[in-house]
Design a protein around this ligand. Structure first.
Ligand code: TYM
Length: 344
């Protein structure tokens, strides 16, 4: 077995531009891990570029997206100078694809057909556009995780089923061939490890009963990190609320208002409790929106300024060293599997 430190690993899949839900729900918590846990854990942050090809995408936009995601991590504070923290692109480590093929051959069609994300995503596509890649998306995700001795995978609730599948397929291989893979913790144990920030959900501004999502076609309910401060301000001012007329932080009865309060807290660095207390019982939704619009606009102005200060040469160095190191680690795991199934 491996003697390397256990790994904490996560990735966004490239699709459209990142939004503030990805930023506060996934990128900042991972940066926090990188800054505070890298003595005890190996930290892997990568870009799921292969996963980006599973649904229709403008291929000429793939490289710009990859680089904008990488720069976003750095602008958000991802440390480029810590030795135990790795940054890489999935497609630059061929072992991800190779392990996927082998795991595919141990995966049932029925298992994949049950995945709710596949059902949701394929329902939005015409039949000829539903790719086999979308169907076995969770197998590639399992390979991403199992290659690196991974114990924790900070992701939102929408990914829980994929984590459970990763554990199943990993155990299936281990039961058959001996200790090949480290099995990641259950979703429940992960929630305990990561605490309150795990599972944070920023909602869509136009339909606050659903999460803010990169695949929203109109973009009206989503604050993208590359929106101009003015565009973002307008989206907040036209956000859907309710007709109760009194502000009360309660997602069950007032999801729109509650989402605005939560966003205001995240964007201005205050606690939700403090912001909720400040606005509780007030009647002017317009004033609340004006305050949130100002905090969004300030946040984007600062963030977009940070983007202009990034040292691309340093980022490329970090990527090159991360990808070289991860190829070695991933190949070692892949070789154990290839040997077990008789390919070596
Ligand atoms: P993806 O790209 O859909 O989402 C990236 C991360 O952002 C979180 N997230 C949100 N958090 C808060 N509020 C929101 N509105 C919001 N929307 C999205 C997601 O939960 C996720 O944590 N399959 C993965 C990518 C992946 C991966 C992996 C992750 C590929 N291989 C291996 C972990 C480990 C995905 O599509 O994430």
């Amino acid at each position: 077995m491996n003697t390397q430190k256990p790994t904490i690993l996560t990735a966004p899949r490239i699709s459209s531009n990142l939004h503030i839900g990805n930023y506060f729900g996934a990128i900042l918590p991972m940066i926090d891990m990188a800054k505070h846990r890298s003595d005890d854990y190996q930290i892997n942050m990568f870009i799921a570029d292969l996963h980006g090809l599973t649904t229709p995408i403008d291929y000429s936009n793939v490289q710009p997206l990859v680089w904008s995601y990488l720069r976003t991590f750095v602008a958000a504070g991802f440390p480029l100078d810590l030795p135990n923290v790795y940054l890489y692109r999935q497609s630059h480590i061929p072992a991800h694809s190779e392990l996927t093929w082998i795991l595919d051959c141990f995966t049932g069609m029925g298992e994949m057909a049950r995945m709710t994300q596949f059902k949701d995503k394929s329902a939005k596509l015409s039949e000829d556009r539903i790719s086999v890649g979308l169907f076995n998306y969770p197998v590639l995700m399992a390979a991403d995780i199992l290659l690196y001795n991974t114990r924790y995978v900070p992701v939102g609730d929408d990914q829980t089923q994929h984590i459970e599948f990763t554990r199943d397929i990993g155990e299936r291989i281990n039961n058959r061939f001996g200790e090949i893979f480290t099995i990641p913790e259950t979703a429940k144990a992960q929630h305990e490890f990561f605490g309150k920030d795990q599972g944070l959900r920023i909602r869509d501004l136009q339909d606050p009963t659903k999460k803010m999502s990169k695949s929203d076609e109109t973009g009206k309910g989503v604050i993208f990190l590359n929106d101009t401060p003015e565009q973002a301000r307008k989206k907040i001012m036209t956000a859907a609320t309710d007709s109760r007329g009194v502000i009360h932080y309660d997602y069950a009865t007032q999801p729109g208002v509650s989402n605005l309060i939560e966003m205001h807290a995240l964007l201005s660095g205050q606690t939700v409790a403090a912001v909720a207390a400040e606005w509780e019982g007030k009647s002017s939704y317009g004033e609340l929106k004006t305050a949130v619009a100002a905090s969004v606009s300030d946040f984007l102005t600062d963030f977009q300024h940070n983007l202009t200060t990034i040292d691309d040469a340093l980022l490329k160095q970090k990527l090159a060293s991360g990808e070289a190191a991860m190829r070695t680690l991933a190949n070692a795991t892949l070789l154990r599997v290839q040997t077990a199934v008789g390919l070596r």
